[in-house]
Design a protein around this ligand. Structure first.
Ligand code: EPU
Length: 339
Protein backbone atom coordinates (compact mmCIF):
# COMPACT_ATOMS: atom_id res chain seq x y z
CA UNK A 1 0.00 0.00 0.00
CA UNK A 2 1.06 3.57 -0.70
CA UNK A 3 2.23 5.43 2.41
CA UNK A 4 1.73 9.20 2.41
CA UNK A 5 2.89 11.56 5.17
CA UNK A 6 2.68 15.35 5.36
CA UNK A 7 5.25 17.71 6.97
CA UNK A 8 7.46 14.70 7.39
CA UNK A 9 10.85 14.75 9.15
CA UNK A 10 13.47 12.86 7.11
CA UNK A 11 15.92 12.49 10.02
CA UNK A 12 15.73 8.70 9.71
CA UNK A 13 15.98 8.87 5.93
CA UNK A 14 19.42 10.46 5.63
CA UNK A 15 22.73 9.03 6.81
CA UNK A 16 23.86 12.43 8.17
CA UNK A 17 20.89 12.08 10.58
CA UNK A 18 20.00 15.75 10.28
CA UNK A 19 16.48 17.12 10.82
CA UNK A 20 14.81 18.05 7.57
CA UNK A 21 11.15 18.62 6.81
CA UNK A 22 9.46 17.93 3.50
CA UNK A 23 5.93 18.89 2.63
CA UNK A 24 4.91 15.44 1.39
CA UNK A 25 6.56 12.02 1.68
CA UNK A 26 5.34 9.14 -0.47
CA UNK A 27 6.60 5.60 -0.10
CA UNK A 28 5.73 2.83 -2.52
CA UNK A 29 5.72 -0.64 -0.98
CA UNK A 30 4.64 -2.84 -3.87
CA UNK A 31 4.54 -2.58 -7.63
CA UNK A 32 0.76 -2.31 -7.59
CA UNK A 33 1.15 1.04 -5.77
CA UNK A 34 2.35 2.64 -9.01
CA UNK A 35 -1.20 3.26 -10.31
CA UNK A 36 -2.30 4.79 -7.00
CA UNK A 37 0.77 7.00 -6.97
CA UNK A 38 0.00 9.02 -10.09
CA UNK A 39 -2.60 11.47 -8.68
CA UNK A 40 -0.36 12.31 -5.73
CA UNK A 41 2.65 13.44 -7.76
CA UNK A 42 3.24 17.15 -8.35
CA UNK A 43 2.96 18.38 -11.91
CA UNK A 44 6.03 20.59 -11.45
CA UNK A 45 8.92 18.11 -11.53
CA UNK A 46 11.15 20.56 -9.57
CA UNK A 47 8.84 19.83 -6.66
CA UNK A 48 9.71 16.13 -6.72
CA UNK A 49 12.81 14.38 -5.42
CA UNK A 50 13.42 10.64 -5.46
CA UNK A 51 15.23 9.51 -2.31
CA UNK A 52 16.81 6.14 -1.56
CA UNK A 53 18.31 5.70 1.90
CA UNK A 54 19.62 9.28 1.86
CA UNK A 55 23.22 8.07 1.85
CA UNK A 56 24.32 10.61 -0.74
CA UNK A 57 21.96 13.54 -0.33
CA UNK A 58 22.37 16.62 1.82
CA UNK A 59 19.23 18.51 2.66
CA UNK A 60 19.64 22.26 2.84
CA UNK A 61 16.44 23.64 4.32
CA UNK A 62 12.77 22.73 4.21
CA UNK A 63 11.66 21.08 0.96
CA UNK A 64 8.27 22.35 -0.12
CA UNK A 65 7.79 19.54 -2.54
CA UNK A 66 7.29 15.78 -2.54
CA UNK A 67 9.84 13.13 -1.63
CA UNK A 68 9.28 9.81 -3.39
CA UNK A 69 10.82 6.75 -1.76
CA UNK A 70 10.88 3.16 -2.98
CA UNK A 71 10.45 0.45 -0.38
CA UNK A 72 10.10 -2.25 -3.03
CA UNK A 73 11.69 -5.42 -1.64
CA UNK A 74 12.75 -8.67 -3.27
CA UNK A 75 15.84 -10.45 -4.62
CA UNK A 76 15.09 -12.86 -7.47
CA UNK A 77 17.55 -15.13 -9.23
CA UNK A 78 16.22 -14.98 -12.80
CA UNK A 79 18.57 -17.13 -14.78
CA UNK A 80 21.80 -19.04 -14.44
CA UNK A 81 23.76 -20.10 -17.50
CA UNK A 82 27.40 -21.01 -18.06
CA UNK A 83 29.26 -19.10 -15.33
CA UNK A 84 26.81 -16.23 -15.06
CA UNK A 85 23.86 -15.58 -12.79
CA UNK A 86 21.26 -12.85 -13.44
CA UNK A 87 19.71 -11.46 -10.27
CA UNK A 88 16.87 -8.95 -10.31
CA UNK A 89 16.78 -6.85 -7.16
CA UNK A 90 14.05 -4.39 -6.26
CA UNK A 91 15.13 -0.82 -5.63
CA UNK A 92 14.11 -0.62 -1.96
CA UNK A 93 16.44 -3.43 -0.88
CA UNK A 94 19.34 -2.30 1.31
CA UNK A 95 22.53 -2.48 -0.76
CA UNK A 96 24.52 -4.31 1.92
CA UNK A 97 21.78 -6.96 2.35
CA UNK A 98 22.15 -7.74 -1.34
CA UNK A 99 25.95 -8.00 -1.03
CA UNK A 100 25.54 -10.40 1.93
CA UNK A 101 23.10 -12.48 -0.16
CA UNK A 102 25.76 -12.72 -2.89
CA UNK A 103 28.51 -13.63 -0.43
CA UNK A 104 26.32 -16.34 1.09
CA UNK A 105 25.44 -17.80 -2.31
CA UNK A 106 28.94 -17.44 -3.78
CA UNK A 107 27.93 -15.04 -6.52
CA UNK A 108 31.13 -13.15 -7.31
CA UNK A 109 31.52 -9.52 -8.32
CA UNK A 110 30.12 -7.09 -5.76
CA UNK A 111 31.85 -8.35 -2.59
CA UNK A 112 34.31 -5.40 -2.63
CA UNK A 113 31.26 -3.13 -2.31
CA UNK A 114 30.29 -4.57 1.08
CA UNK A 115 29.12 -2.11 3.79
CA UNK A 116 28.43 0.73 1.37
CA UNK A 117 25.37 2.44 2.82
CA UNK A 118 22.34 3.09 0.63
CA UNK A 119 19.67 1.30 -1.37
CA UNK A 120 19.95 -0.91 -4.44
CA UNK A 121 18.00 1.68 -6.45
CA UNK A 122 20.61 4.34 -5.68
CA UNK A 123 23.60 2.15 -6.57
CA UNK A 124 23.48 2.73 -10.36
CA UNK A 125 22.67 6.44 -9.98
CA UNK A 126 26.13 7.40 -8.84
CA UNK A 127 27.76 4.16 -9.95
CA UNK A 128 28.97 3.31 -6.44
CA UNK A 129 32.53 2.08 -6.24
CA UNK A 130 35.19 0.99 -3.79
CA UNK A 131 38.39 -1.05 -3.62
CA UNK A 132 38.88 -1.37 -7.37
CA UNK A 133 35.27 -2.22 -8.26
CA UNK A 134 32.44 -0.13 -9.71
CA UNK A 135 28.89 -1.45 -9.65
CA UNK A 136 28.30 -0.49 -13.30
CA UNK A 137 30.56 -3.36 -14.34
CA UNK A 138 28.02 -5.81 -12.89
CA UNK A 139 24.73 -4.28 -13.99
CA UNK A 140 22.89 -5.88 -16.92
CA UNK A 141 19.86 -3.59 -16.97
CA UNK A 142 17.78 -1.15 -14.96
CA UNK A 143 13.98 -0.99 -15.01
CA UNK A 144 12.33 2.33 -14.16
CA UNK A 145 9.05 4.20 -14.06
CA UNK A 146 9.06 7.24 -16.33
CA UNK A 147 7.43 9.97 -14.24
CA UNK A 148 6.38 11.96 -17.32
CA UNK A 149 4.12 9.37 -18.95
CA UNK A 150 4.14 6.63 -16.28
CA UNK A 151 5.42 4.03 -18.72
CA UNK A 152 7.77 1.33 -17.44
CA UNK A 153 11.05 1.12 -19.35
CA UNK A 154 14.17 -0.97 -19.19
CA UNK A 155 17.63 0.11 -20.30
CA UNK A 156 20.75 -1.99 -20.78
CA UNK A 157 24.22 -1.43 -19.39
CA UNK A 158 25.60 0.69 -22.25
CA UNK A 159 22.64 3.08 -22.16
CA UNK A 160 23.19 3.62 -18.43
CA UNK A 161 26.35 5.59 -19.44
CA UNK A 162 28.31 4.57 -16.36
CA UNK A 163 31.35 6.69 -15.54
CA UNK A 164 33.26 7.47 -12.36
CA UNK A 165 30.47 8.24 -9.83
CA UNK A 166 28.15 9.12 -12.69
CA UNK A 167 25.44 7.72 -14.95
CA UNK A 168 22.49 8.76 -17.10
CA UNK A 169 20.36 8.63 -13.92
CA UNK A 170 22.40 11.51 -12.48
CA UNK A 171 22.38 13.25 -15.86
CA UNK A 172 19.56 13.50 -18.39
CA UNK A 173 17.19 11.19 -16.46
CA UNK A 174 17.71 12.94 -13.14
CA UNK A 175 14.41 13.80 -11.43
CA UNK A 176 12.43 12.19 -14.24
CA UNK A 177 12.26 8.55 -13.19
CA UNK A 178 11.88 6.15 -10.30
CA UNK A 179 14.15 3.11 -10.49
CA UNK A 180 12.09 -0.03 -9.84
CA UNK A 181 14.72 -2.74 -10.03
CA UNK A 182 18.27 -3.49 -11.10
CA UNK A 183 19.42 -6.71 -12.76
CA UNK A 184 22.95 -7.72 -11.82
CA UNK A 185 25.06 -10.16 -13.81
CA UNK A 186 27.51 -11.90 -11.50
CA UNK A 187 29.88 -14.82 -11.78
CA UNK A 188 29.34 -18.24 -10.23
CA UNK A 189 33.01 -19.00 -10.82
CA UNK A 190 35.50 -17.54 -8.31
CA UNK A 191 36.98 -14.26 -9.51
CA UNK A 192 38.36 -11.48 -7.35
CA UNK A 193 39.56 -7.95 -7.63
CA UNK A 194 42.61 -7.38 -5.43
CA UNK A 195 43.89 -4.35 -7.37
CA UNK A 196 43.54 -2.03 -4.35
CA UNK A 197 46.96 -2.29 -2.71
CA UNK A 198 45.82 -2.72 0.93
CA UNK A 199 43.62 -5.65 -0.18
CA UNK A 200 46.57 -7.40 -1.84
CA UNK A 201 48.72 -6.61 1.22
CA UNK A 202 46.13 -8.19 3.54
CA UNK A 203 45.98 -11.32 1.35
CA UNK A 204 49.80 -11.54 1.26
CA UNK A 205 49.90 -11.09 5.00
CA UNK A 206 47.58 -14.07 5.43
CA UNK A 207 49.49 -16.02 2.81
CA UNK A 208 46.12 -16.36 1.17
CA UNK A 209 46.62 -17.32 -2.48
CA UNK A 210 43.11 -18.51 -3.22
CA UNK A 211 40.77 -16.45 -1.05
CA UNK A 212 37.15 -17.48 -0.64
CA UNK A 213 34.41 -14.89 -1.17
CA UNK A 214 34.05 -14.84 2.63
CA UNK A 215 37.78 -14.02 2.99
CA UNK A 216 37.44 -11.14 0.52
CA UNK A 217 34.37 -9.69 2.21
CA UNK A 218 36.03 -10.00 5.64
CA UNK A 219 39.21 -8.24 4.44
CA UNK A 220 37.30 -5.47 2.66
CA UNK A 221 35.02 -4.97 5.69
CA UNK A 222 38.00 -4.58 7.96
CA UNK A 223 39.77 -2.08 5.64
CA UNK A 224 36.56 -0.11 5.26
CA UNK A 225 35.87 -0.03 9.02
CA UNK A 226 39.42 1.17 9.71
CA UNK A 227 39.01 4.23 7.44
CA UNK A 228 35.34 5.06 7.16
CA UNK A 229 32.84 5.83 9.93
CA UNK A 230 29.73 3.64 10.29
CA UNK A 231 26.81 6.01 9.51
CA UNK A 232 24.60 4.25 12.07
CA UNK A 233 27.05 5.41 14.76
CA UNK A 234 28.35 8.68 13.30
CA UNK A 235 26.29 10.50 10.67
CA UNK A 236 28.09 10.85 7.32
CA UNK A 237 27.58 10.32 3.59
CA UNK A 238 30.84 8.57 2.71
CA UNK A 239 33.13 10.59 0.46
CA UNK A 240 31.74 14.09 0.34
CA UNK A 241 33.76 15.00 -2.76
CA UNK A 242 34.81 13.15 -5.90
CA UNK A 243 38.46 12.64 -6.67
CA UNK A 244 39.07 15.45 -9.19
CA UNK A 245 39.98 14.54 -12.75
CA UNK A 246 42.36 17.12 -14.24
CA UNK A 247 44.28 17.43 -17.49
CA UNK A 248 47.77 15.94 -17.74
CA UNK A 249 49.27 19.39 -18.24
CA UNK A 250 47.54 20.70 -15.10
CA UNK A 251 48.79 17.64 -13.25
CA UNK A 252 52.38 18.17 -14.41
CA UNK A 253 52.30 21.76 -13.14
CA UNK A 254 50.95 20.64 -9.79
CA UNK A 255 53.49 17.82 -9.63
CA UNK A 256 56.33 20.32 -10.09
CA UNK A 257 55.16 22.23 -7.03
CA UNK A 258 53.97 19.22 -5.02
CA UNK A 259 56.03 16.16 -6.01
CA UNK A 260 54.27 13.95 -3.41
CA UNK A 261 50.81 14.54 -4.93
CA UNK A 262 48.83 11.29 -5.12
CA UNK A 263 47.40 10.52 -8.54
CA UNK A 264 46.00 7.48 -10.29
CA UNK A 265 43.97 6.25 -13.24
CA UNK A 266 45.58 8.24 -15.99
CA UNK A 267 44.05 7.64 -19.43
CA UNK A 268 46.84 9.48 -21.22
CA UNK A 269 45.01 12.82 -21.32
CA UNK A 270 43.46 13.14 -17.88
CA UNK A 271 44.60 12.24 -14.39
CA UNK A 272 42.56 11.47 -11.29
CA UNK A 273 44.06 12.93 -8.13
CA UNK A 274 43.37 12.11 -4.51
CA UNK A 275 40.95 14.58 -2.91
CA UNK A 276 41.77 13.11 0.53
CA UNK A 277 45.41 14.05 -0.01
CA UNK A 278 44.55 17.60 -1.15
CA UNK A 279 42.35 18.15 1.93
CA UNK A 280 44.93 16.58 4.21
CA UNK A 281 47.62 18.96 2.88
CA UNK A 282 45.42 21.89 3.92
CA UNK A 283 45.60 20.53 7.49
CA UNK A 284 41.86 20.21 7.72
CA UNK A 285 41.60 16.84 9.48
CA UNK A 286 39.47 17.30 12.59
CA UNK A 287 38.50 20.86 11.57
CA UNK A 288 34.90 21.61 12.48
CA UNK A 289 32.13 24.12 11.90
CA UNK A 290 29.24 23.77 14.35
CA UNK A 291 28.52 20.06 14.64
CA UNK A 292 30.14 19.14 11.31
CA UNK A 293 33.71 17.88 11.26
CA UNK A 294 36.32 16.66 8.77
CA UNK A 295 36.84 13.01 9.71
CA UNK A 296 40.33 12.41 11.08
CA UNK A 297 40.93 9.00 9.46
CA UNK A 298 39.64 9.98 6.00
CA UNK A 299 39.36 13.72 5.32
CA UNK A 300 37.17 13.13 2.29
CA UNK A 301 34.37 12.39 4.74
CA UNK A 302 32.36 14.99 6.67
CA UNK A 303 30.77 13.67 9.88
CA UNK A 304 27.94 14.90 12.05
CA UNK A 305 29.46 14.41 15.46
CA UNK A 306 26.38 15.37 17.40
CA UNK A 307 24.13 18.16 16.44
CA UNK A 308 25.19 19.32 12.99
CA UNK A 309 22.64 21.27 11.03
CA UNK A 310 22.39 21.16 7.25
CA UNK A 311 24.02 24.61 7.25
CA UNK A 312 27.03 23.44 9.30
CA UNK A 313 27.68 20.70 6.76
CA UNK A 314 27.22 23.03 3.78
CA UNK A 315 29.48 25.70 5.34
CA UNK A 316 32.18 23.15 6.12
CA UNK A 317 32.07 21.70 2.61
CA UNK A 318 32.43 25.18 1.11
CA UNK A 319 35.30 25.98 3.46
CA UNK A 320 37.12 22.81 2.34
CA UNK A 321 36.54 23.71 -1.32
CA UNK A 322 37.89 27.24 -0.71
CA UNK A 323 41.03 26.06 1.10
CA UNK A 324 41.84 23.41 -1.50
CA UNK A 325 41.25 25.85 -4.34
CA UNK A 326 43.48 28.50 -2.74
CA UNK A 327 46.35 26.07 -2.28
CA UNK A 328 46.10 23.92 -5.41
CA UNK A 329 43.81 25.74 -7.86
CA UNK A 330 41.65 22.60 -8.01
CA UNK A 331 37.89 22.81 -7.46
CA UNK A 332 36.53 19.84 -5.54
CA UNK A 333 33.21 18.71 -6.94
CA UNK A 334 30.78 17.30 -4.42
CA UNK A 335 29.74 13.68 -4.74
CA UNK A 336 26.86 14.36 -2.39
CA UNK A 337 23.76 15.83 -4.02
CA UNK A 338 22.40 19.01 -2.41
CA UNK A 339 18.63 19.27 -2.19
N1 EPU B 1 45.06 9.91 1.95
C1 EPU B 1 45.75 10.94 2.52
N2 EPU B 1 45.37 11.34 3.77
C2 EPU B 1 44.37 10.71 4.44
C3 EPU B 1 43.67 9.65 3.85
C4 EPU B 1 44.05 9.26 2.57
O1 EPU B 1 46.68 11.52 1.96
O2 EPU B 1 44.08 11.10 5.57
C5 EPU B 1 45.52 9.43 0.65
C6 EPU B 1 45.98 7.99 0.82
O3 EPU B 1 47.36 7.96 1.01
C7 EPU B 1 45.58 7.31 -0.44
C8 EPU B 1 44.63 8.27 -1.10
O4 EPU B 1 44.47 9.42 -0.26
O5 EPU B 1 46.66 7.11 -1.28
C9 EPU B 1 43.31 7.65 -1.38
O6 EPU B 1 42.69 7.23 -0.16
P1 EPU B 1 41.69 5.99 -0.15
O7 EPU B 1 42.40 4.79 -0.65
O8 EPU B 1 41.06 5.92 1.18
O9 EPU B 1 40.61 6.29 -1.27
P2 EPU B 1 39.88 7.60 -1.74
O10 EPU B 1 40.28 7.87 -3.14
O11 EPU B 1 40.08 8.71 -0.78
C10 EPU B 1 37.90 6.36 -2.83
C11 EPU B 1 36.40 6.44 -2.84
C12 EPU B 1 35.81 5.77 -1.61
C13 EPU B 1 36.28 4.33 -1.59
C14 EPU B 1 37.82 4.31 -1.57
C15 EPU B 1 38.39 2.93 -1.66
C16 EPU B 1 35.86 8.45 -4.07
C17 EPU B 1 35.35 9.85 -4.01
N3 EPU B 1 35.98 7.83 -2.91
O12 EPU B 1 38.35 7.15 -1.74
O13 EPU B 1 34.40 5.77 -1.79
O14 EPU B 1 35.78 3.64 -0.46
O15 EPU B 1 38.32 5.03 -2.72
O16 EPU B 1 38.20 2.42 -2.94
O17 EPU B 1 36.12 7.94 -5.16
C18 EPU B 1 32.38 6.93 -1.32
O18 EPU B 1 32.27 7.13 -2.52
O19 EPU B 1 31.50 7.33 -0.50
C19 EPU B 1 33.56 6.24 -0.81
C20 EPU B 1 33.79 6.08 0.50
Amino acid sequence: MLKIEYDFNLKNHNTFHVDFLCKKFIEINQREDIDDLIPFLPTDKNMLYVLGEGANTLFTGRFNGTILHSNLKGIHVKKQENDRVHIQVNSGEIWNDFVLFCVQNQYYGVENLILIPGSVGAAPVQNIGAYGVEVGDFIGSVEYLDLADFSIRKIGNIDCQFKYRDSIFKGSLSGKILILNVTFVLSTKPSFNASYKPVQAALDNENNLIPSIQDMSRIISSIRRSKLPDPSLLGNAGSFFKNPIISNSHFLKLHERFPEIIAFDSDGKMMKISAAWLIDQCNLKGFSIGGAKVYEKQPLVIVNYGSATCNDITDLSQYIQKKVFEKFGVLLESEVIFL
